[in-house]
Design a protein. Structure first.
Length: 376
């Protein structure tokens, strides 16, 4: 099918037909038809090695440009000046919301947000589809975290049918994936290992059943060679079969283990996660005091002694007690979870630049004669 045929098909497609497709079948309706890079960003499977390496490269260069507080900051702010972004977050978020906002401001976008359902016309019975179409009249990009499953997919589907096909990004919505956290994690690994991610052993520990970030990061592993994943979790929170089947079909080795302490010396990266008890069926939301984590799945400060000298300790955050609190205050360069939020800004700058096809302008920046750069 050529790009016009795909566009026509997307325009006509019913929601029932779209939603029934497998994720891999949906990708042609989400990616940029000319470049093949993600346009709507819903799933980690939309990314390939080429665009992951490119995103890390853009993030690094944009970050370096921004260090020049005069011309560099001005240059980045001109890239998307005159465009508008909407951060549409109906679920709690600190990092994803603020990092997108910072990324958008860095690129010169003007920013709107809706965080409270009671102030949107959905409170008057407007459908989500109509709300999204309305938002697209005012902005050029929508970032969305919403409680209902497949809500961002519905957004992408409705925008594909509309005359104003603006991009929409899944910001870790409901029980769906969290692709931009997975990009943040890849960028953190890329920086930690000087760009050499292939062949690494990654331990993921905690709530692997419901954690959006570990699921999305597992999908991205298909883009790297000889990766080994070791899943450590309580038996009722094991990684689900769909991810394990995906890993098997891509010849990625994975093991399921129960003893974090024993596994630590083998790891290049230890990725801790919080128990997501907000999804417990019998969860009493009025009780705000979380249960302490089972000590078997807690990273204790003495475990730093067991880590390889160049391994890293990661966490997508927010965290609770699954890492000894003192660990976050040690000046140990292997503890990188406080660097991840900052990396999250720059990989989101890179992603937005890629979606708006500004990547080459960023990559070419250093080749510009200084007088042009100063003159803008
Ligand atoms: N990592 C992450 O998604 O954090 P927030 O929920 O605070 O956005």
């Amino acid at each position: 099918m050529n790009s016009q045929e795909i566009e026509k098909m997307a325009h006509k497609m019913s929601w029932q037909k779209f939603v029934a497709m497998e994720e891999k079948e949906k990708i042609i309706f989400l990616n940029n038809l000319h470049t093949g890079n993600p346009f709507h960003v819903l799933f980690a499977q939309q990314f390939n090695r080429e665009n992951l390496d490119l995103l890390c490269q853009i993030a690094e260069i944009a970050r370096a440009i921004n260090k020049n507080k005069q011309e560099g900051v001005k240059f980045l702010r001109k890239l998307l000046s005159g465009t508008h972004a909407l951060n549409f977050f109906y679920q709690p978020s600190s990092r994803t919301f603020l990092s997108f906002e910072t990324a958008q401001e860095t690129l010169g976008m003007s920013i709107r947000d809706i965080r409270d359902p009671s102030v949107s016309s959905e409170a008057k019975g407007e459908t989500l589809e109509d709300s999204i179409r309305t938002f697209s009249s005012y902005v050029d990009l929508i970032i969305m975290r919403y409680p209902e499953k497949q809500a961002v997919e519905k957004g992408a589907w409705v925008l594909n049918k509309s005359d104003r096909r603006i991009p929409i990004i899944n910001a870790g919505s409901g029980k769906d994936q969290h692709p931009t956290q997975a990009l943040t994690d890849i960028y953190t690994l890329h920086k930690s290992f000087n760009g050499e991610i292939d062949g690494r052993t990654i331990v993921m520990c905690g709530d692997l059943k419901r954690g959006r970030t570990v699921r999305s990061l597992s999908y991205l592993m298909k883009n790297y060679h000889d990766m080994k994943l070791i899943f450590v979790s309580p038996s009722h929170l094991r990684m689900k079969k769909d991810i394990k089947d995906f890993l098997t079909s891509h010849n990625i080795t994975y093991l399921e283990e129960d003893n974090l302490e024993e596994i630590i010396p083998l790891a290049d990266a230890i990725y801790m996660t919080r128990i997501q008890d907000e999804w417990d069926e019998k969860n009493d939301q009025t009780k705000k005091i979380p249960k302490p984590v089972d000590p078997k799945y807690k990273f204790k400060k003495e475990y730093l002694e067991l880590m390889k000298k160049d391994a890293v300790l990661m966490h997508p955050l927010p965290k609770r007690d699954e890492i000894d609190e003192e660990v976050g205050y040690f000046r140990d360069k292997r503890v990188v979870f406080w660097r991840q939020p900052r990396n999250g800004v720059w990989i989101r700058v890179a992603l937005i630049a890629l979606i708006f096809q500004k990547q080459q302008t960023i990559l070419d920046y250093t080749h510009w004669p200084k007088k042009w750069r100063e003159g803008g």
